[in-house]
Design a protein around this ligand. Structure first.
Ligand SMILES: [Ca+2]
Length: 80
């Protein structure tokens, strides 16, 4: 579990993110990346994958990617 500093650019110069193979096959769970592109439900193959990303991104309190349009805490309920 990683604690993201709340808001702001206080990351400093620590860029030693584990980077073992960023060629994850499509359909596997997308790891939340605070510097990654905006994600939509269409980027996820499954609801569980979207949910994991949604929670890693801050959960219903933040939902920066707007994966939970109706704010019920369940991301992308239209996915299988
Ligand atoms: Ca929802």
């Amino acid at each position: 579990m990683e604690d993201q500093p709340a808001g702001g650019q206080g990351a400093g110069g620590n860029s030693t993110a584990p980077d073992g193979g960023d060629q994850a096959p499509a359909g596997l769970t997308l790891r939340y990346d605070p510097h990654g592109p905006n994600r939509d439900c269409g980027d996820f193959a499954t609801q569980a994958g979207a949910q994991a990303f949604f929670e890693a991104a801050g959960g219903p309190a933040r939902d920066p990617h707007r994966l939970d349009h109706d704010h019920d805490g369940v991301a992308c309920e239209s996915l299988p």
